[in-house]
Write a protein that binds this ligand. Structure first.
Ligand code: FE2
Ligand code: FE2
Length: 298
């Protein structure tokens, strides 16, 4: 059996049906690696449970945080906020042998040669603004007026940064430096991030005003600059493949139960819900059918 690079995101195992899906995920073969592109859950204990299940089933698991892991809510006994919470998550991953954006970029031995995997944590900065908004405040005003506002505004603290965008910009600057310094230019690289690195995949969202919580313009050329063989992301809950400048972008979200159930009903069970997507070797993906179900509470 040829070893595979697989990917999944937006497991949201706080939902019992999603927890069941992840509990039933088949074990990989020797040499299979699994990328987990964020939104495993909100509660620390649920995140740890899911990552430990996955770490027991794949040779290597590589995780990047989504916005949900970074929420600090009263229901979670782990009360840390912002950077401190992220550091606790990284520590927990290290205890499980799971690779994070803080580790050296690992190299996966694909059947066709080595591939660098770069797990990224770069956040969003409200630069994917809705039409008519010139500033972050304009964008937020449009969102609040329509009632479509990301729960991050309540639960995702940037401490000790003054704002979520300041945290994002610091991460972008540090990550850019690392990618430039550490990537071997001779090897293909797979970039993994919770948010799409380019804005285009957000254009089909049902609520365009939600895009401001979905990434940053500052990563728009990373797939070219860092010679990506593929980009893996989640967050939008619109699993599909798109191509940008000849680079394959794969959204690998499971999403909420009502989303994956609706998908299965509308399009038939072409693949079992909760089954990781093959990134390498790639499957022949058909273009997304028109009217593909879109995410709402991302
Ligand atoms: Fe999600
Ligand atoms: Fe998300």
């Amino acid at each position: 059996m040829t070893s595979r690079l697989l990917a999944i995101s937006d497991l949201h195992v706080g939902h019992p049906q999603n927890r069941e899906l992840i509990a039933g995920i088949p074990a990989g073969e020797d040499g299979d690696w699994l990328l987990v592109a964020g939104d495993v859950a909100e509660n620390f204990a649920d995140i740890e449970w899911a990552l430990s299940v996955l770490a027991g089933r794949y040779e290597r698991v590589i995780w990047v945080p989504g916005n949900h892991e970074l929420w600090s809510r009263r229901a979670d006994p782990v009360a840390a906020r912002g950077v401190q919470r992220y550091e606790l998550l990284v520590q927990m991953c290290q205890g499980l042998g799971v690779i994070t954006p803080e580790d050296r970029y690992p190299v996966w031995a694909s059947p066709e040669g080595p591939v660098t995997i770069a797990p990224l944590f770069v956040g969003y900065d409200y630069s994917f603004r809705p039409d008519g908004a010139l500033t972050k405040d304009d964008g937020l005003a449009i969102a609040y007026e329509s009632g479509i506002v990301c729960s991050d505004e309540v639960h995702l603290y940037p401490d000790p940064y003054p704002s979520r965008e300041a945290w994002c910009w610091a991460r972008v600057a540090a990550t850019e430096q690392r990618l430039a310094a550490e990537l071997d230019p001779a090897l293909p690289v797979v970039l993994v991030n919770h948010y799409p690195l380019v804005r285009e995949p957000t254009r089909i969202m049902r609520y365009p005003q939600f895009a401001q919580w979905c990434g940053t313009d500052r990563t728009a050329d990373w797939h070219i600059r860092f010679r990506a063989a593929a980009v893996v992301y989640g967050h939008l809950h619109i699993p599909r493949v798109t191509w940008h400048d000849g680079v394959r972008f794969e959204e690998v979200s499971v999403g909420y139960p009502r989303e994956w159930q609706a998908r299965a009903e509308r399009f038939g069970l072409t693949r079992a819900p909760g089954l990781p997507w093959p990134v390498i070797p790639a499957e022949d993906h058909a273009p997304a059918p028109p009217g593909v179900p879109e995410g709402l509470r991302l």
